[in-house]
Design a protein around this ligand. Structure first.
Ligand code: BMA
Length: 370
């Protein structure tokens, strides 16, 4: 072979290698797309069980490596790990419930590396005077969206969120996928982004702007977005009143504590979940019960008598991706049981149901399907 031929051959091989790398790169799914695919595969087979702040603290312990109330009661970790980043926008080192952000970051990464799925909510403080989410100020949304006098400050708040999300990387330097659930419970009026505090258009603009800023401007490709009103809707129309658009939402959910309280009718929760699921099916989105629980689990049979009856109901069992209980903070309130609590056995019984998946079930399924 002449030198020239060798050079030409070498050139062809290198170009081919480079080309195939680029094709592979281009075909590579983003962390968000991978998570969506994973959730789609699971749908109908199991409902993932989640708990807010599960790895951070529980009843009688705080920041203890490997600890989890779900694990203490059931022997396994939850499959969904919930977190809240309220306070990140003010540059705080800890969130509104005193969870240090550096610890939260490492728990999120750990949950991901164990095979779990993380979801983040954001009890946002106000860009005007740093008042908390529960402040009924009906000027803030208008002031932070484009054109408002607090818009620049709000962009800085979103920068802080983006920085946190960008820092969530696994050992291989890949971004950890996150289900982000901003501006939740907007049908109620307890938050400054609630129904009485902003117009429909203002709310939609806020949600859309948030998604656009994080994904397009900040280039984050690890976020799925969940839309999660509270329980105050009786029809598809009401659920969708503030829905910001198919292009900015991946998961349709809702938060409901009221319908599952002891003297209330849990069929209401079934009706509402059916609404969410019908819309999700029409729109080809995923559906989730994004927050629920009974404060301090005052009914020792709550899991099997209420929660199981809701999520086992016909199409709910087939269509729901996950259900998440709120946090267990011994100084405030708890939503999952702990060893020695009268509801412990019932919690375990619920989590042992075939269609309720903890981390081990999720990992077992993943192994079989790869
Ligand atoms: C609420 C309560 C509060 C907490 C907030 C945000 O439901 O648990 O104590 O600050 O959620 O996590």
């Amino acid at each position: 072979m002449t030198i020239n031929l060798k050079i030409l051959l070498g050139f062809i091989i290198i170009s081919w290698l480079l080309h195939s790398c680029t094709v592979e790169e281009n075909n590579k799914k983003s962390p968000a797309e991978e998570l969506k695919e994973k959730l789609r595969k699971i749908k109908g087979k199991g409902i993932l069980f989640g708990h807010q702040d599960d790895l951070a603290y529980g009843i009688g312990w705080k920041y203890k490596e490997g600890e989890s109330d779900v694990k203490r009661v059931t022997g396994d970790y939850p499959a969904i790990f919930g977190w809240d980043i309220g306070g990140i926008e003010l540059g705080w080192k800890k969130n509104l419930d005193s969870v240090p952000f550096d610890k939260m970051r490492s728990y999120i990464i750990k949950a991901h590396e164990m095979g779990g799925i993380n979801t983040i909510s954001w009890h946002t403080f106000m860009a005007s005077d740093s008042s908390n989410s529960w402040t009924r100020d009906s000027t803030i949304v208008k002031r932070i969206i484009p054109g408002g006098d607090l818009h620049t400050t709000f962009n800085l708040h979103l920068d802080a969120v983006a920085d946190f999300m960008t820092d969530l990387k696994d050992k291989e330097d890949n971004l950890v996928p996150i289900i982000f659930r901003p501006w939740h419970e907007m049908i109620g009026s307890w938050f400054w982004w609630g129904q009485k505090q902003c117009s429909i258009e203002e709310y939609k603009t806020l949600y859309r702007y948030t998604v656009d800023y994080l994904t397009r401007i900040k280039g984050l490709n690890n976020l799925l977005f969940a839309f999660s009103p509270d329980q105050n809707f009786e029809s598809k129309e009401l659920y969708l009143e503030r829905y910001p658009g198919d292009d900015v939402v991946d998961i349709l959910g809702f938060d409901d504590y009221g319908d599952l309280k002891p003297k209330r009718d849990f069929n209401k929760a079934i009706d509402r979940l059916n609404i969410v699921i019908d819309i999700a099916k029409e729109k080809k989105k995923l559906a989730a019960f994004t927050e629920t629980g009974l404060e301090n689990v005052t009914d020792s049979l709550w899991y099997t008598n209420k929660l199981a009856k809701v999520i086992d109901f016909q199409k709910i069992a087939k269509e729901l991706s996950y259900v998440m209980l709120w946090r267990s903070d011994e100084d405030v309130h708890f939503y999952f049981s702990y060893p020695g609590h009268p509801s412990e056995q019932d919690a375990r019984k619920f989590c042992e149901k075939d269609n309720i998946w903890l981390l081990g079930d999720l990992n077992g399924f993943e192994k079989k399907n790869h």
